[in-house]
Design a protein. Structure first.
Length: 334
């Protein structure tokens, strides 16, 4: 059995990019007989960059309802809220003590913030940087090592964090015995990286997202806003140079994609192309959207699922942490 694990930070509203790049492939994998899956809501990570409590609470609810509405089988997969597993922050400390500060200093994300500070001419390179932000790769490492994940699907921007996780795991193993397996990074294929309205990667930091659960009319409106070039109806269009096509491809079968490419060659109007894109996406999302809306009206069902997931996950994390603490010398006296 291979263990696959991934988390989503609970700071925003789920969008089409999260769906295509992370949630949909994860749910597919979780249906395989060969995988044990661990999917979680990274709410402790949310605190690193978001100090709006209501936003974190709302995002946690929305992201949880999303996984459930899309059909995640919570009897087969472990589905939990990070903060419901107190062993994770406890493990974070054990790992923090096995992590050289220099490793964190070399984090791309941290270095970019320091550079931003230097560029504005401040005399404090660490201005606005909390310890949470600085050391969050260790928390992420604990998420992964807590359940000895073999595979960790993440976005490209997270690959350095996985290197750090392996580094920390190796150091722990070296000092205290072979407790951790080395987690492998699984980076989504390029076609799974969805462009946003402006063509850059769809991301809440670029403010170019299409929210996943927009009502039908609004979804159509958003899709009509995707940036295109000025080619007129009747003029042939290049499918390899169109965000409308890129997004279509992410939802379509190979056959549908071929037909759509043909229409581009024949000069389909942008409005008509976008209408087809809307229909394709809407067909896929209409049913789960209803389930999503129902769940959002019954938050106690979501809460129940999360508590059930945490209970199951802790059947593993509680004894494992005990073993890890024992290994470092934190043991009962008698
Ligand atoms: N840091 C990840 C992100 O921003 C989210 C995350 C937290 C995660 N813990 C994780 C992903 C553990 C994979 C495994 O995308």
């Amino acid at each position: 059995m291979t263990t696959v694990l991934t988390g989503i930070t609970t700071t925003g509203t789920p969008h089409l990019g999260n769906y295509v790049g992370a949630i949909k492939p994860a749910i597919q994998k979780s249906q395989s007989e060969n995988y044990d899956s661990y999917f979680f809501l990274a709410d402790l990570h949310a605190l690193i960059k978001c100090w709006e409590p209501d936003r974190i609470a709302q995002s946690t609810k929305e992201i949880a309802a999303t996984w459930l509405a899309l059909g995640l089988d919570t009897d087969k997969a472990m589905f939990y809220r990070q903060s419901d597993i107190p062993e994770i922050p406890e493990l974070t400390w054990l790992l923090t003590c096995m992590c050289s500060k220099g490793l964190m200093n070399r984090s791309h994300a941290y270095k970019a913030l320091v550079q931003e500070n230097l560029d504005t001419g401040t005399n404090d390179p660490d201005k606005g940087i909390t310890m949470g932000l600085f050391s969050y790769p260790v928390l992420m490492t604990a998420d992964i090592l807590m359940f000895n994940a073999d595979e960790v699907p993440v976005g490209k921007d997270q690959t350095q964090h996985l290197e750090m996780a392996r580094d920390i795991a190796a150091r722990y193993n070296h000092h205290f015995g072979e407790h951790f397996v080395m987690p492998q990074t699984i980076v989504a294929k390029d076609q799974a990286v969805l462009p946003g309205l402006d063509g850059r990667k769809m991301s809440k930091s670029y403010n170019n997202t299409i929210p996943l659960w927009l009502p039908e009319k609004k979804l159509r409106k958003h899709i009509m806003k995707i940036k295109t070039n000025i080619l007129e109806p009747g003029q042939p269009k290049d499918p390899n140079d169109s965000f409308v096509f890129d997004i279509y491809k992410a939802f379509a079968t190979k056959e549908q994609t071929k037909v759509f490419a043909q229409k581009f060659a024949e000069g389909i109007a942008w409005g008509a192309a976008k209408q087809e894109l809307f229909e394709l996406i809407n067909n896929e999302l209409a049913e789960p959207r209803e389930r999503y809306n129902e769940l959002m009206e019954q938050p106690e069902l979501i809460e129940q699922e999360l508590l059930k997931g945490a209970q199951k996950a802790r059947e593993f994390s509680v004894p494992f942490l005990k073993k890890l603490k024992n290994a470092v010398g934190i043991r009962p006296i008698a």
